[in-house]
Design a protein around this ligand. Structure first.
Ligand code: NAP
Length: 252
């Protein structure tokens, strides 16, 4: 029996950082596939509300949740809201992330800390508050969004690379600890994906980056959301502790 067969309800999915970019498309694709998504954001309330409207028009039940993933109390509150509303957590997609780039010899301690707090401690916080519920249910899926930078390194991103590499060790350990509860934990490591994170780059830099990608294009949020659906569904029931690279060949 697959994990999906154990449930007789519409599955719920917390997607952190789903007001914009990759998270937004993940939430939409999950809603299309029959999930009730939790739209989480920190700053972009208008964008989150507009996604809510879109979900409403699709006839999808959803929760709008302002929570800073790096703040423990916010995350506890988000988990409690989900349980109060639906009583179960089927999928957690840890997607929220930031960049604060600088060459290492110029990197401010605050910028190191903020990136670690959001991109790594945020993943710990969300997984930690959801996992007891998933253990109780006897099923659950956790998908953590890392980056190819975790594996390859990238000039100006020591803080980001450290956080994203941390996610990989963290996820493999959780996969080992939670396998017996039918909870799978996997990582997606995207390459350059066309979102706000890239849009501020000057055209000259964008062209230089594209020249480094064997497939000669940036990825799209859909490329990532499709993989989330695969891992979250029945197709992913026997996949755990893996890192799925979706990067147009920039790192093999
Ligand atoms: P984005 O367009 O900048 O969106 C980031 C999202 O994260 C926003 O919804 C933002 O919400 C949210 N967020 C940021 N800090 C948060 C916090 N403390 N608490 C809750 N939400 C927070 O980024 P993206 O390109 O979609 O990236 C999504 C994920 O993919 C990130 O983990 C990123 O590192 C990873 N990734 C991206 C690329 C790429 O090229 N784009 C490549 C590899 C990996 P608010 O605006 O409401 O704060």
């Amino acid at each position: 029996m697959g994990i999906q067969d154990l449930r007789n309800h519409r599955p719920t999915a917390i997607v952190t950082g789903s007001s914009r970019g990759i998270g937004r498309v993940i939430a939409l694709k999950l809603a299309n596939a029959g999930y009730n998504p939790v739209v989480n954001y920190k700053e972009s309330q208008t964008a989150a509300e507009s996604l809510g409207l879109e979900l409403e028009q699709m006839g999808t039940e959803y929760l709008l949740c302002r929570a800073n993933v790096s703040a423990w109390d916010d995350v506890v509150q988000m988990r409690d809201q989900v349980l109060e509303r639906w009583g179960h957590i089927d999928l957690l997609v840890n997607n929220a992330g930031i960049i604060l780039d600088a060459l290492f010899h110029k990197m401010a301690k605050e910028d190191w800390q903020q990136v670690i707090d959001t991109n790594l401690t945020g993943v710990f916080n969300c997984a930690r508050v959801c996992v007891s519920q998933m253990m109780e249910q006897g099923y659950g899926k956790i998908i953590n969004i890392s980056s190819f930078v975790a594996l390859k390194g990238n000039i100006g991103q020591a803080n980001y690379a450290a956080a994203k590499a941390g996610i990989i060790g963290f996820s493999k350990t959780l996969a080992l600890e939670l396998a017996k509860y039918e909870i799978t934990v996997n990582v997606i490591a995207p390459g350059f994906i066309e979102t706000d994170m890239l849009s501020e780059l000057p055209e000259r830099i964008r062209e230089k980056l594209i020249a480094q990608i064997p497939q000669r294009r940036f990825g799209t949020p859909e490329d990532i959301a499709q993989a989330v659906l695969y891992l979250a569904g029945k197709s992913g029931d026997y996949i755990t502790g893996q890192v799925l690279n979706i990067n147009g060949g920039i790192y093999m």
